[in-house]
Design a protein around this ligand. Structure first.
Ligand SMILES: Cc1cc2nc3c(=O)[nH]c(=O)nc-3n(C[C@H](O)[C@H](O)[C@H](O)COP(=O)(O)OP(=O)(O)OC[C@H]3O[C@@H](n4cnc5c(N)ncnc54)[C@H](O)[C@@H]3O)c2cc1C
Length: 473
């Protein structure tokens, strides 16, 4: 697609000299994503500094039928933020933050503020913004909302969807939907903000949000537990929830190979326990007032070891030890990347079915690619696994990656038999848009397309992403 020069010029005028670039050296970092799976191109990078500029850009885009891709921190894992000839609209200059409202426990921020900045602002006021991802230093609130990001604390606090009270977004025709309300209750018809949450830049450009904050826990207990199987991990989770009164805030499953990769590739990490175990759980329990939470966790772990559902455990004795245990979990994606080629899935099944899913899907993939190394880890407490495979040791990475579609379809077909989802938290983007019709009913696809057409009749926002085209025979 070629965008006429006159349209480019009008868009540049809309943002002023500081708000655009056509220099391909400046633009290059915006065109490649974390996994280097998608490389893009664009004639123009726009960096609006306020919602009014976003509105002006989209008015021109709507009038001239010019497609636009929105990008926040460029940490998305399904290619949704990468333009393929469209105008690229970066939110990185939308960085205003209002003071934290301590009594209402909310904060209103513009879309380009990073997740880490919001966490820090809440922390300064002895409050908590619980969304937590390994990409938190770079990803933006706008991107978190657009992808309905999950992360490690969903078990206790829910996904991003549960953390947004108000939203401001610019619709594809340039009109500004101003819903920056700090209301917990608002039953005045369709919830427009929830339509935009998880819409991956296809329905509007999110420009600001009012976010929910929580009291900062006073007590936090982190433990790494060796378990023999995922089924044992599940049993441990039940026992821990019962004993702590539902105080678990994270419950992450890790196979031994994940620890091996982190220890090999991430500096300053080491084995947390004396003997290796086939599986581990990283758990975190938190509570408000000083309680006997640590004692509850330790008693439960001792009983679990007695019952054979755990074989060893270490409870962090300081914040530094807790951070060291978390580093092992947060380093998995990075170390798998450094290890070489990998085929990744972000799936969910009902929580209780995770062990059976692993038992069934692992050999199915190994039958396609013998020697592939399973690295299935993730948010056991949410029924969400990053069901990943690294290339066979010493194998050809390119040859392995050439099997991506075949492996993905095999895994996703099994996910469907478990009543699961082919995208638990990363979204659909470019990566899974072709697969979606295989797993969604006609009725669901029709509703998806109808919503897209109602918001964006000219299909100018993130065309080709998330919404599969109708196939005509
Ligand atoms: C190491 C690592 C770990 C990760 N861990 C997790 C995890 O645990 N859980 C999880 O859910 N994700 C995870 N992610 C994925 C990613 O960080 C999230 O999807 C994040 O929410 C994306 O935010 P971003 O600002 O980088 O968005 P981008 O990558 O820039 O964009 C992502 C999508 O959102 C759209 N978008 C961005 N900003 C806006 C906006 N203002 N308005 C409208 N649309 C917009 C884009 O068009 C694109 O479709 C991880 C990524 C990495 C690299």
């Amino acid at each position: 697609m070629t965008v006429p020069q006159a349209v480019l010029d009008r868009m540049k005028d809309a943002v002023g000299a500081k708000g655009f670039s056509t220099d391909q050296n400046d633009i290059a970092p915006y065109l490649e994503e974390w996994r280097s799976k998608y490389a893009g191109h664009t004639p123009l990078l726009l960096k609006p500094a306020m919602a009014a500029e976003v509105s002006a850009i989209l008015r021109i885009a709507h009038e001239t039928g010019t497609p636009v891709v929105t990008q926040g921190g460029n940490t998305g894992l399904v290619g949704g933020q990468i333009p393929h000839g469209e105008i690229l609209l970066s939110t990185r200059r939308l960085t205003q933050m209002a003071p934290v409202d301590e009594s209402g426990m909310t904060v209103t921020v513009e879309a380009g503020v990073t997740l880490a900045q919001v966490q820090a602002a809440a922390d300064d006021r002895n409050l908590l913004f619980p969304l937590s991802l390994a990409s938190e230093g770079s990803c933006t609130i706008g991107g978190n909302i657009a992808t309905n990001a999950g992360g490690t604390h969903v078990l206790r606090y829910g996904m991003t969807r549960a953390l947004v009270l108000g939203l401001q977004a610019v619709l594809p025709n340039g009109s500004v939907l101003d819903m920056l309300r700090a209301l917990h209750k608002d039953n005045t018809g369709y919830d427009m903000k929830q339509m935009l949450i998880g819409s991956e830049g296809t329905l509007g450009v999110i420009t600001a949000a009012t976010l929910r904050l929580f009291p900062k826990p006073e007590v936090s207990v982190t433990a790494m537990v060796a378990v023999p199987t995922p089924a044992a991990a599940l049993a441990l989770m039940g026992a821990m929830q019962a004993r702590t009164g539902g105080m678990l805030s994270a419950f992450e499953l890790l196979p031994r190979i994940a620890l091996d990769l982190v220890i090999r590739h991430v500096e300053g990490t080491r084995d947390p326990l004396a003997a290796p175990s086939p599986w581990y759980v990283l758990l975190e329990a938190t509570s408000g007032a000083a309680t006997d939470l640590a004692a509850s966790v330790e008693t439960t772990l001792a009983k679990a070891i007695g019952d054979g559902i755990a074989t060893d455990a270490v409870v962090a004795a300081s914040q530094a030890q807790s951070a060291a245990l978390w580093k092992l979990r947060e380093g998995v994606s990075e170390s798998q990347k450094r290890e070489g080629a990998s085929i990744k899935h972000d799936i969910s099944v009902p929580v209780a079915m995770i062990p059976d899913f692993i038992i069934r899907a692992t050999p199915a993939v190994l039958a396609i690619v013998p020697g592939a190394r399973p690295v299935s880890f993730g948010h056991l407490g949410d029924g969400n696994l990053h069901f990943n495979f690294s290339a066979p040791a010493g194998g050809d990475g390119e040859e392995f990656l050439a099997r991506w579609d075949e492996v993905q379809q095999c895994v996703h077909d099994i996910v469907q038999t478990f009543g699961g989802s082919i995208s638990a938290e990363h979204g659909i983007g470019t990566m899974k848009v072709a697969a979606l019709p295989r797993y969604k009913s006609h009725a669901e696809l029709d509703a998806l397309r109808a919503i897209k057409a109602a918001f964006d009749p000219k299909n100018i926002l993130n065309p080709g992403k998330l919404v599969p085209p109708v196939l005509r025979l």
